[in-house]
Design a protein around this ligand. Structure first.
Ligand SMILES: *Cc1c(COP(=O)(O)O)cnc(C)c1O
Length: 365
């Protein structure tokens, strides 16, 4: 029987995405009988002492990692980042108010679409005219000082762009969809009113969504809201109003411990920068590959690039898969290739892709 380790290939999937091998191995060891309880983590009550330690340990590690200030709550919710597209405006946008949305790709468009069902949305900026090849500059933002909040997408998973400096939104609460770059480096949580992220790119398997919300904003959640859609209810119940995804939270806890063990967000930041730079250097080396993102907006998590023709792109994807480099086909709206290289993606996989790209260019260039 092949061992887990030798059977693994390099997985460039945009999400659900690669998890640290150490974490998978630990989960495998614990699966049938979690130490000390004689039951699987899949079988235990979310009200048990064991799970209590897991969810609290997970939150504590997150707070340590990201230096989350005490006046912020961490919520473990379901429904994916996509449900947050609705929950954010349902909770934070008062009747008669309006919210500013910065449109930098498909996910921010979807977020704005749901917000429009709730109330007034003003587009503070959009880079759609440039095919979302960059995020807007500060002087391109039309911000309303009376907005209920400003919504941004910190990393545009599909287009491969990322904000490198936060927009200055004055005193208006900044809300960020960080699904695809959360904890990829240090983050100043105090700059945000609310951060949300689906887990399945950089945190854990699919099934849980993290919401980090400043205490005072919880007062905006109207009691008339549906219970499960109300942030204040989840905060009051420590995310245990109903059954949370126990297994996903357990794996997330292992991922947080893995991050801490390997030096925290500063250390992973350095690795992520190095990995991305290696790929962009290869893209820039000759004219064969063309990056989709403009240089000052390049994502460190999702590296998008084109080849000289769609035929070559097809061949590239096919041969790469054959060489053990999987998941490189880009999103249909951008075309070309996308290498997703989240925290858990090994640097050796980036080196292997660079090597493959050189060889492919030599044969086809
Ligand atoms: C993947 C992704 C989403 C959607 O997440 P779901 O958990 O599938 O709803 C939203 N925003 C961004 C930036 C993403 O990368």
């Amino acid at each position: 029987m092949a061992t887990t380790t030798t059977a693994r290939i390099f997985n460039f999937s945009a999400g659900p995405a690669v998890l640290p091998l150490e974490v998978l191995e630990q989960a495998q060891r614990d699966l049938v009988s979690y130490p000390g309880i004689g039951m699987s983590i899949l079988e235990i009550s979310h009200r048990s002492k064991t799970f209590d330690e897991i969810i609290q340990g997970c939150e504590a590690d997150m707070r340590t990692l990201a230096n989350i200030p005490p006046n912020y709550k961490v919520l473990f919710l379901q429904g994916g980042a996509s449900l947050q597209f609705s929950m954010v405006p349902m909770n934070l946008l008062p009747a008669g108010g309006s919210a500013d949305y910065i449109i930098t790709g498909a996910w921010s468009q979807k977020a704005a679409k749901e917000a429009r069902r709730v109330g007034a949305v003003k587009v503070a900026a959009s880079t759609e005219g440039e095919k979302f090849t960059r995020v807007p500059r500060q002087n391109e933002l039309t911000l309303d000082p009376n907005a209920a909040f400003v919504h941004m997408t910190s990393n545009n998973t599909i287009f491969g762009t990322e904000w490198h400096d936060l927009p200055d939104v004055g005193g208006v609460p900044l809300v960020s969809d960080m699904s695809s770059d959360i904890f990829s480096g240090p983050v100043d949580v105090s700059k945000f009113g609310l951060i949300y992220a689906g887990a399945q790119k950089n945190l854990a398997p699919a099934g849980v969504t993290i919401v980090i919300i400043r205490d005072d904003l919880l007062q905006r959640s109207a009691p008339s809201l549906h219970t499960m859609l109300n942030y204040a209810v989840h905060a009051e119940n420590q995310s245990l109003y109903n059954t949370p995804p126990v297994f996903t939270i357990y794996v997330m806890r292992l991922v947080m411990a893995w991050l801490l063990k390997h030096g925290g967000l500063r250390a992973i930041d350095a690795v992520n920068t190095r990995k991305a730079e290696k790929l962009y250097a290869e893209i820039d080396r000759s004219g064969f590959y063309r990056g989709h993102a403009q240089k000052d907006s390049r994502s460190r998590m999702n590296v998008t690039f084109r080849l000289p023709s769609e035929d070559l792109e097809k061949t590239f994807a096919k041969e790469a898969t054959g060489a053990g480099l999987d998941g490189l086909k880009g999103h249909r709206s951008v075309g070309g290739m996308r290498a997703s290289i989240y925290n858990a993606f090994p640097e050796a996989g980036v080196d292997a892709l660079v090597e493959f790209m050189r060889e492919f260019e030599r044969k086809n260039g």
